[in-house]
Design a protein around this ligand. Sequence first.
Ligand code: ATP
Ligand code: ATP
Ligand code: CA
Length: 220
Amino acid sequence: MASSIQYAVIGLGRFGSSLSKELTELGHEVLGIDRDEEKVDEMSDILTHSVVADATDEEVLRSLGVRNFDCAVVAIGDNIQASIMAAILLKELGVKTVVAKALTDQHGKVLEKIGVDRIIFPERDMGIRVAHQLVSPNLLDFIELSKNYTIAELVVSKRIAGLTLKELDPRARYGCSIVAINKSEDMIIAPTADDILQENDVMVVIGRKDQIDDFESEAI
Ligand code: ATP
Ligand code: ATP
Ligand code: CA
């Protein structure tokens, strides 16, 4: 198992509390910080440590020893000023990796200028993700590898169930390679021409976005 990492999560709203709970369940140490006592109380049994504190106060962050943490996540959203202030202080204190949630593109740009290592846009990205899933009913999930390339999880429909990869012919017809087939019993890694697709199997497909779109809409 990967070794335990120390995280500080600032802001225990819906995003911060979900994030910190999951990190804890993954076996990591989490210090949760929120200026709202009620939020801290709700998380006190779940997290390793949780404290009521204002993360825009440098002395407070110092006294909590935040700079010794491997990673700090600024999960303050609505109060953009507080988010920016907390991010600056964490970078100045020398926290190795600072991650911050941004509400708008402008907020994200400021965080980038400050030197925040990773900026996340949960609402924007979830909106994009759900739009893709609504438009492509067989699409479970996807990862954008670059502007043009994607890995997608596509569910095998009744229509193509029973076909081998050779019969479906995704690489020759669409330029899409299937890197794995997730079956309810097991997973086939690097499937070959004779592997058979069953209804509700999940194909893990790598290819150009437009090729995967065509494959999804025409062939599946
Ligand atoms: P979410 O979008 O994650 O549900 P939210 O909308 O409930 O969050 P936000 O305003 O985004 O609330 O803030 C998230 C949390 O950050 C809140 O619980 C808030 O009390 C906390 N917070 C805001 N400013 C500070 C600060 N300066 N120091 C510590 N915590 C803060
Ligand atoms: P390729 O060069 O595309 O692998 P090939 O002529 O070597 O083709 P096979 O490996 O026997 O032939 O596969 C026949 C066809 O089956 C391929 O053209 C391809 O469309 C499809 N196929 C086989 N394996 C995969 C895979 N993992 N992902 C996508 N398509 C595959
Ligand atoms: Ca919010």
